[in-house]
Ligand binder design. Sequence first.
Ligand code: DOR
Ligand code: ZN
Length: 330
Amino acid sequence: MDLILPLPDDFHIHLRQGKDLVNYAQSAMQQFGRVLAMPNTEPPINSAESVKKYKEEILAAAPNLEVLLTFKLNKNYSEQELREMQKNGAIAAKYYPLGVTTNSQDGVAKIEDMYPTIELMEKLNMVLCLHGEEPGAFCLDREKEFLKHLEKLCKTFSKLRIVLEHVSSAEAVECVKRLPQNVAATITVHHLILTLDDIVGDSLRPQNFCKPLPKLPKDKEAVRAAVFSGNSKFFLGTDSAPHSLEKKECLCGAAGVYSAPVAIPILIEEFENENKLDLLSNFIAGFGADFYGIPRQAKKVAYTKKEWQVPKTIDGAVPLKAGEVLRWQK
Ligand code: DOR
Ligand code: ZN
């Protein structure tokens, strides 16, 4: 049995840098037609020049991947710099609070310090992507505690399009639903299927450790309800964030779930289990494009119902559901 889907968009992916980039960009190209690449590389994407170079590097590795770029919002940019980044392919800025996740040691302590740039972004019709976690709060409360900043941003910049990335709590889902149409959220595959139990419930499972943390069953249910209600404010951003096995399984393990190679097969299964396959194409290739104001994907891809076992490692990283059997493949 075949399932024909639009070629998926991923509105939140980490492709890294250097030789890792080649593998991760090619992996992404096998699954997605279009991706929004995150800027927390080493060094970060934070200038017109680095936006241009990063896009060229990704395209050299994965020529059929349509790449949309972000830049790191951890300093104020002039209008001219923003216009140049836009010209080079950046459609959004990514805001990382100080120290909350991978490569955010250069993050921002006070979001209001970025308001001058945010005001310019609103004028230039750029999108603000938020890693919504409050530094210093208890780990399970960080997203909830961040929501006051989202509310204030929304009041201050009423025309700015804002994406709360990788929503993981019932409170964040409710907040995004309540705010006006210029506020949306990405949802990852792992926050749809994991809770804290899958990280520390029985054995320690570093491959499932990520930020924001998968939370309580009620939070997972709220994230699922948002997706399976077909609400256009919620669309796919996998936050696929590969780290080598050595970087994940050590004294101070890195946060990030490598989901790109398995994201769509898992989603098909989840939508099928919920009897909601009719909602899948909007989630993976509709609502996100509409929100970003870009054309919907015209190309199609066929998936076949045929079991396969997820490899224990892919590109040196342990993927989500490693070793498990999935029901659908390309
Ligand atoms: O778990 C995460 N890993 N969350 C993020 O926000 C960043 C990502 C990464 O870059 O590894
Ligand atoms: Zn991310």
